[in-house]
Write a protein that binds this ligand. Sequence first.
Ligand code: MSP
Length: 514
Amino acid sequence: MPEKNFYITTPIYYPSGKPHMGHAYSSIIADVFARFKKIDGYKAYFLTGTDEHGLKIQREAKKNNKDPKKFCDELSITFKNLTKTLNLSNNDFIRTTEKRHYDSVKEIWERLEKSGDIYLGKYSGWYSVSDEAYYDEEEIIDENGSKKSKTSGSKVEWVEEESYFFKLSAWSNKLLKFYQENPKFILPVSRRNEVVNFVKKGLKDLSVSRTSFSWGIPVPSNKKHIIYVWLDALTNYISALKFPDTENKLYRDFWPADLHIIGKDILRFHAIYWPAFLLAAKIKPPKRVYGHGWILSDEKKMSKSLGNILDPLEIIKDYGVDQLRYYLIKEVSLGNDGSISLENLKNCINNDLANNFGNLCQRVFSFIDKNCDSKIPSPDKFNTRDKELSDEIIKKISDLKYMIDNQELNSYIKEVINFSFNSNKYFNDLEPWKLKKTNKVRMNTVLYCILNQIKSISILLYPIIPSSIEKIFDKLNLKKEELNIEQIKNLNLIVPGKIIKKSNILFKKIDNDN
Ligand code: MSP
């Protein structure tokens, strides 16, 4: 069987300030896909890291009276710690200040120069340091004398300097052809349409170097120019695979990337500039860019001045990491903006985790504890009702895989929660507490069937709430290697006679005035 490989990335974070909910969201989404693929027999490679160059970081460092490299060294650790706190399964954490990345950016620049896609000129126009983006006149608004980007609202400044340009204008038609031939390159469809319409209007050449600051990677042939931070940053996705060594196993196995998960604010860079740079450098573009929406707090963008910031680290401390992961995946519709609040978080934990799946586990485990000496009961023959229960999930496996492959996370989670609801119903309908007195053999079969469902639902929930599911697997005496989609079809995985280990309640109900 050929190896099945899957390469997924998150945007590399600007290491300035504290990690916030938007960072957490982008990363958790990517982790869910990476973990699903890992338990679906794929060799999955998941990359994240820090984007450390550019004027924004240089200015932040200066504000903090620090040398930019030292400033990044410190902050990069904060973001690396975030990957641990969020329980990400990333295989690598790249920093754009590493040598491997310099080598890769140098090569891509030289390829672009060689192909004739780069020329020297003069840039005059608007630039937002906060977005590290150039804007046209019609993309700017004047708010009480202060010029801002219409889309991001961030301040822009006028820039006039010698600059290298990338001939992006020559790529409009080739990009449109590429989008047409790869209809799922940009998802969701609304974002694809947005990009296609933008490119159809015709693209202008892109300034890809600056001379007015020094914090970045110099142009190899002209050191007074610093390479545009987005050309630098995007290249991280191939630097991590040891580009320019395109013969090494990592690169051969994983490029082109299967999925770049990004927020909608950085769509243009990933869906227009990135494939254009790659095509010009004779490198295959990634297979998909998925632009998720914004996390809003009480319907408004989170901001310090509005005082509505929900700090992911605080929430994890108070409610648990799986609780936050579950909530963000379940309640925010992936392609759209989504409002979150503490109130909704508590309701979601109580309704889905505590009352539904947690309750299923708790009642079955405690029933077995009291009535079967904590031992996994041995089943007799399964009847039609039992088979219906396990078949319900088995028959949906290919649909569930399709949902994951098309980033339909909300439909996926809805299905899984429904399985848990139906398992609770099975337990209620078959009343093992009555069978205890009338038909112990049947009681054992019913309990075994439910344990099997708990196993299957656990496998499906693992990508979303990994640490809770590992605990359930441990309770059931199942090995980590058995956390695999294929095992859903295995109706004999759980070994009768083994003791169900005792543990604390998995998902505590939260008091609403907490
Ligand atoms: N450094 C660039 C990415 C370079 S990738 C080659 C960057 N960094 S960031 O730290 O500003 O953002 C990281 C991710 O967080 C992006 O996907 C961004 O869209 C996402 N979010 C930041 N705030 C957000 C919300 N409020 N809601 C959802 N995600 C948003 O961009």
